[in-house]
Design a protein around this ligand. Sequence first.
Ligand SMILES: [Zn+2]
Length: 140
Amino acid sequence: MDLTDFFDAVRATLKYRVALGIGKKKSAAGERDRNGARTREMPANYSATGAFCRDLLPEAGDFYRQHFGDGMRVTSKGWLVRCPFHDDATPSAIAYRADGGFHCFGCGVHCRDVLDFHQRLTGQDFKTAAQALGAWRAGR
Ligand SMILES: [Zn+2]
């Protein structure tokens, strides 16, 4: 074997290792470009999967208008609406402007905020609901 054959063999081996991802260095925080943006996917064992961020929840008025449209009657504390949790012929529930809470005087359903309302209506778990409302910040 002369030297050319030797280097060809080394190159072939290296190509093979690269193709299989052998010897690839993994950092716990993933890899970032110089602007700090993530350039590769996070390793599967990375623990931080994000967090709920209350500040990102939609404003109560915007949120409930999406659900009830023009069927909202403005009151001093918020909006009188027909309850989606029971067969409501006349508006018997109130959506609160201050905290996004919801209360039905007909069936007694009470939601703490827009997230709680969304969860009860859709049956989604907390994280899924927070993501659906844009209030889940991805892990870093
Ligand atoms: Zn109700």
